[in-house]
Design a binder for this molecule. Sequence first.
Ligand SMILES: *Cc1c(COP(=O)(O)O)cnc(C)c1O
Length: 231
Amino acid sequence: MSIQTNIQEVRQRIAAACGECGRDPKEITLVGASKMNDAAACREAIAAGIDVLGENRVQEMTEKLSQNAYDGAPLHFIGHLQRNKVKQVVGKVALIQSVGSLPLLEAVEKEAEKQDIVQDILLEVNIGGEEAKSGFAPAQLEDAARAAQAMSHVRVRGLMTIPPADSDRDTNIRYFQEVRALYVDINEKLFHNELKCLSMGMSGDFEDAIRNGATMVRVGTAIFGARYYPT
Ligand SMILES: *Cc1c(COP(=O)(O)O)cnc(C)c1O
């Protein structure tokens, strides 16, 4: 098993899922979720043609940035972001996928203003209504999108979601369908259908996500292998 072979296999599975629903695989952006994998693994994924790398932890990303781990591919932040760490992320990544609260949105806007840039973001949807998870509730999403539109240093490119880890397959698919419906709705209502990014699907469910409208999948284990958490 190599990262290159794994990426080829994931691409084939993406193509097969697209084939089943009449989509073009070129519509799907493959994000390698590279948490807990070192700079060498990131470089291997880039050499093998990964579209984007996505990181979860600010400290790990900062370290790997200093090692030039991401040279040659865009970098996204996909993990939970604390407000006191936005300075280390804004302007360092092409897209922050995980903006899931108004205070965080405001903090990103403020930091981007300070840097005199426009930061691309996704609004994260907490589709399972999980207490411990960040993300806007579906009922709050439109207000959040309007708040972002009123800001001049953030630009909303779409939505991201992580369904509850323990949902069964049918429930998971229903969550994808719900988020897609929200995406289609706000895209038409607020964004003149200019949003292009619906980020959903991971190693265990990216084919279901693609069949239900994902344009971006975030794949870790199926590319980099199992992660070993130190005990
Ligand atoms: C780790 C991670 C992934 C990838 O998870 P796998 O199941 O290993 O593919 C995707 N999205 C986010 C936000 C993650 O933290």
